[in-house]
Design a binder for this molecule. Structure first.
Ligand code: NAD
Length: 459
């Protein structure tokens, strides 16, 4: 049987895989990029980050239009044409996937549509065809976790089906109050659903700063979202009329819903490519361990992105993709940072990086905290913003930033300054003495630094 050969093959064309393939091609390798999807971009572009951001934008417009009633401007109740909204979202995705196809072509990346599986340390099968390769990158991502014992019912959605925007259910239950659950709640509450979030842990967005999360929790409740924390779903019953979720914990009782979104995390897809055949170690959860250069235990095989475990974030995958491509080409490269930002694109946004105060305390790391409340930010108030906070965790001796959390409008954009500050080892003085334009939300970062230094005049 004829064997196809790939000098450098990347399995999976998500934000990790395509970035890796493109970087490797730019460095002169002959690259093959394999994915079963018709379009490049993986989950993130096709049914995750980008479509959700399009719908979150629509949700924000609806909310803004409601809020300006207080400013003496009214538009009336929004009329939502679901088909048009879906088309708009799909159009944005198509524009970007077409763009990727063009970028792949210009780089002469050989895109193969198919499902790949290892047959040995230098062998693959792609839809039944035999391939050999010199170096490979596993970038096959993750899939939504499905809770066991739930009925098979088309009213039970995962994050992908929720973004298809099939309908706006009157009553929507969301199981899991992590980033996906919160973003879905933000979208569907604005579109008109009565949303209930059921979260197993004591707080929504577990892992984020509790004080900031409290602000988000309160705002979501003001938006009409019911939140049951410390509660688990023990049984789901489907009848024609509704789905009934029996809950136990802080909330004991039944939640009735017309649709349910399961958003209880994602699991790595490592087993899909049979890595054991190549000698690549994989754990029971489908996670493939890598070193800082993204190399697996097998020298010529790398892994990047969600398949390498947490944090399962697109921007981490992209950086790993670049590292793997560079290392494969003999360059020095590593992803050895803990400063990977997390953003929940809720309304308001919640963004954080590095240590939160609770973790610093738990680990006995000397730290201090400085906050700037957005009630004192002229720009926030003048642009209709509500509660918010910029919170810094810093080393009391070196005055370097150990972690930062921002809750408020555009928190995700604002956080970048603090990620850079941490990467560069900037001190509170460096930030405080940097002239921030007035009036901006970015000033809250300088103000929080000044507050820590005792030089703040704005509070
Ligand atoms: P997650 O791990 O962030 O949250 C899942 C939540 O479900 C947790 O709070 C968990 O305590 C809860 N949970 C688990 N089992 C439960 C149960 N039986 N009943 C009730 N609650 C339960 O996962 P996610 O929100 O599904 O997101 C998946 C991944 O995708 C994450 O790694 C996330 O970071 C990533 N993601 C990121 C973004 C973004 O960066 N904006 C957006 C979407 C997804």
């Amino acid at each position: 049987m004829a064997v196809n050969h790939a000098e450098f093959v990347v399995l999976g064309a998500g934000p990790g895989g395509y970035a890796c393939a493109f970087r490797a091609a730019d460095l002169g390798l002959n690259v093959t990029l394999v994915d079963p999807r018709a379009d490049l971009g993986g989950v993130c572009l096709n049914e995750g980050c980008i479509p959700s951001k399009a719908l979150l934008h629509a949700a924000e417009v609806i909310r803004e239009a409601r809020h300006v009633g207080d400013w003496g401007i009214s538009f009336g109740e929004p009329k939502i044409d679901l088909n048009k909204l879906r088309e708009k979202k799909n159009g944005i995705v198509k524009h970007l996937t077409d763009g990727l196809t063009g970028l792949a072509k210009r780089r002469k990346v050989n895109v193969v549509r198919g499902t790949a599986s290892f047959t040995g340390p230098t062998g693959l099968e792609i839809d039944g065809a035999a391939w050999s390769f010199d170096q490979a990158v596993i970038a096959v991502g993750s899939s939504p976790v499905r809770l066991p014992g739930w009925p098979d019912d088309e009213r039970i959605w995962d994050s992908g089906s929720a973004l298809e925007l099939r309908q706006v259910p009157k009553r929507l239950a969301i199981v899991g109050g992590g980033i996906i659950g919160l973003e879905m709640a933000t979208i569907y509450a604005a579109l008109g659903s009565n949303v209930t979030i059921i979260e197993f842990m004591e707080q929504i967005a577990p892992g984020a700063d509790a004080e900031a999360v409290r602000i988000l929790h309160d705002v979501l409740q003001q938006q009409g979202v019911i939140i049951h924390t410390g509660t688990k779903v023990v049984e789901v019953k489907a009848t024609k009329a509704a789905l009934g979720l029996s809950c136990e914990g802080v909330f004991d009782g039944e939640v009735k819903a017309d649709a349910v979104i399961q958003a209880v995390g994602r699991s790595a897809n490592g087993h899909l490519v049979n890595p054991q055949a190549a000698g690549v170690a994989i754990d029971a959860r489908g996670i493939i361990a890598v070193d800082a250069t993204c190399r697996t235990n097998v020298d010529n095989i790398f892994a990047i992105g969600d398949v390498t475990g947490n944090p399962m974030l697109a921007h981490r995958a992209t950086h790993q993709g670049h590292v793997a491509a560079e290392v494969a080409c003999g360059h020095a490269g590593a992803l050895d940072t803990d400063f990977i930002p997390s953003v929940a694109y809720t309304s308001p946004e919640l963004a954080w990086v590095g240590l939160i105060a609770a973790t610093a305390k738990e680990r006995g790391i000397p730290h201090k905290v400085s906050r700037f409340p957005w009630a004192a930010s002229g720009r926030n108030l003048a642009s209709g913003g509500g509660d918010g906070m910029t919170k810094l965790v810093y080393d009391p001796d070196t005055k370097r930033i150990l972690g930062a959390t921002i809750i408020g409008r555009n928190a995700g954009e604002l956080l970048a300054e603090l990620v850079l500050a941490m990467e560069m080892g900037a001190t509170l003085e460096d930030i405080a003495l940097t002239v921030h334009a007035h009036p901006t939300l970015s000033e809250t970062i300088a103000f929080a630094s000044e507050r820590a230094l005792g030089t703040l005049t704005d509070l």
